[in-house]
Design a protein around this ligand. Structure first.
Ligand SMILES: Cc1cc2nc3c(=O)[nH]c(=O)nc-3n(C[C@H](O)[C@H](O)[C@H](O)COP(=O)(O)OP(=O)(O)OC[C@H]3O[C@@H](n4cnc5c(N)ncnc54)[C@H](O)[C@@H]3O)c2cc1C
Ligand code: FES
Length: 282
C-alpha cells in the first residue's frame, strides 16, 4: 500500500503542465466535480489550492501548471515521493442538476477544471458541448479526455493553428447563431474569458456558472483573502464557491484584486530559480 499522500502517477502534459495522482483514500471517496484540495508540497511550503480532476479507487488526480514558487516545488517531486499535506475536499460541488443541454467552456488550464464538470454532466445524461480554448496547437491538453466527456468537442486556438480559429466566445456565438439552444453554460478559465462569456450569455439570456479561483490562504472561510463580490454581496470563494452565478460576479473588481501580489510573486520566482541554479539544476 502506498504511503499517505504519496504520488503514485505522474505525467507531463506540456512542458508547463503536469498531472499527478496522489494516494488519499478519504478524499477520493468524498470529492465531487468542482471541489478542490489544498496541498503543501514540502513542510516549509505554501498551501496551494488545486481542483480535483478525477478520483479513482484510493487516488485523487490533480493537474497543475508551473506558474511560481510552490508549483515549481511541487513539480520537483516524482512518483514514490510524498506531499507534506493534502487536505480536502474543499468548496461546494458544482451544481450539475436541472439542465439537459449545456455548453462547458474551458480556457487554457481552465480545461483541466472544466473536464470533471463536463464528465459529471455527461455521466448524468446531459447533452454536453465542450468548447476548449488555447493560444496555439502545441499547448492543447486533454483532448482525448474532453472528447470522452462530451457529445461535441470544439477546440479553438487564438492563432488558428488548430480547430476553430479564434476565441471560445467566437465559437459559442457561432453555435448560438446556428440555432443551438443551451439551458446552462459553465465557463472556467481566465477572468477576462469568463467575463466575456458572461456578457454573451447575458445577452442570450442563458444562466451561466463560473468558477472563481482567487488567491486563497486558509481555504476555510476565516481569512477573507478569497472574497469576491457577487450581486453586491461579499462571498468567499473557498466556502461559498468556487462556483457562482456569472451574471452577478463583479469581474472588474476581481481582476484588479488578482494583480495585487504580482510583483511579490515574481520576486519569489526569481529567488526560486536562483536556489535551483545554486543546486546545479538550473
Ligand atoms: C479553488 C482553486 C482551484 C485551483 N485549481 C487549479 C488547478 O486545478 N490547477 C492549477 O494549475 N492551478 C489551480 N489554481 C491556481 C493555483 O492555486 C495557483 O496557480 C498556485 O497557487 C500558484 O502558486 P505558485 O506559488 O506556484 O505561484 P505564485 O508565485 O503564487 O503565483 C504566480 C502567478 O500566478 C498568479 N496566481 C497565483 N495564484 C493564483 C490564482 N489562484 N488564480 C490566478 N492566478 C494566480 C500570481 O498572481 C502570479 O502572477 C486554483 C486556484 C484556486 C483558488
Ligand atoms: S481562503 Fe481564506 S476565506 Fe477563503
Amino acid at each position: 500500500m502506498p504511503d499517505k499522500y504519496q504520488i503514485v502517477k505522474k505525467d507531463v502534459l506540456t512542458p508547463d503542465i503536469s498531472r499527478i495522482s496522489v494516494y488519499a483514500p478519504l478524499i477520493a471517496k468524498k470529492a465531487k466535480a468542482g471541489q478542490f484540495i489544498i496541498l503543501r508540497a514540502a513542510e516549509d511550503g505554501e498551501r496551494i489550492p488545486l481542483t480535483v480532476s478525477s478520483c479513482e479507487g484510493d487516488e485523487v488526480t490533480v493537474i497543475y501548471q508551473k506558474v511560481g514558487d510552490s508549483t515549481m516545488t511541487l513539480d520537483e517531486l516524482n512518483v514514490g515521493e510524498c506531499l507534506a499535506d493534502f487536505v480536502g475536499p474543499l468548496g461546494m460541488p458544482t451544481d450539475i442538476d436541472g439542465c439537459d443541454n449545456v455548453a462547458v467552456i474551458g480556457g487554457g488550464l481552465g480545461c483541466a477544471i472544466a473536464l470533471p464538470v463536463a464528465a459529471a454532466l455527461h455521466k448524468r445524461g446531459a447533452h454536453v458541448d465542450l468548447i476548449g480554448g488555447f493560444k496555439t496547437k502545441d499547448i492543447v491538453i486533454l483532448e482525448k479526455e474532453m472528447a470522452e466527456a462530451s457529445d461535441n468537442l470544439y477546440i479553438c486556438t487564438d492563432d488558428g493553428s488548430y480547430g476553430f480559429s479564434g476565441f471560445v466566445t467566437g465559437k459559442l456565438q457561432e453555435l448560438l447563431d446556428s440555432g443551438v439552444k443551451y439551458d446552462r453554460v459553465y465557463a472556467i478559465g481566465p477572468l477576462l474569458m469568463m467575463k466575456f462569456v458572461c456578457k454573451l450569455t447575458a445577452a442570450a439570456d442563458i444562466p451561466t456558472i463560473v468558477s472563481m479561483n482567487p488567491i486563497m490562504i486558509d481555504g476555510t472561510g476565516m481569512c477573507g483573502c478569497c472574497r469576491v463580490t457577487v450581486d453586491g454581496q461579499v462571498k468567499f470563494a473557498c466556502v461559498d464557491g468556487p462556483d457562482f452565478d456569472g451574471h452577478k460576479v463583479d469581474f472588474d473588481e476581481t481582476i484588479a484584486r488578482a494583480a495585487t501580489y504580482k510583483e511579490f510573486e515574481a520576486m519569489r520566482r526569481e529567488n526560486h530559480k536562483c536556489r535551483l541554479e545554486g543546486m546545479g539544476n538550473g
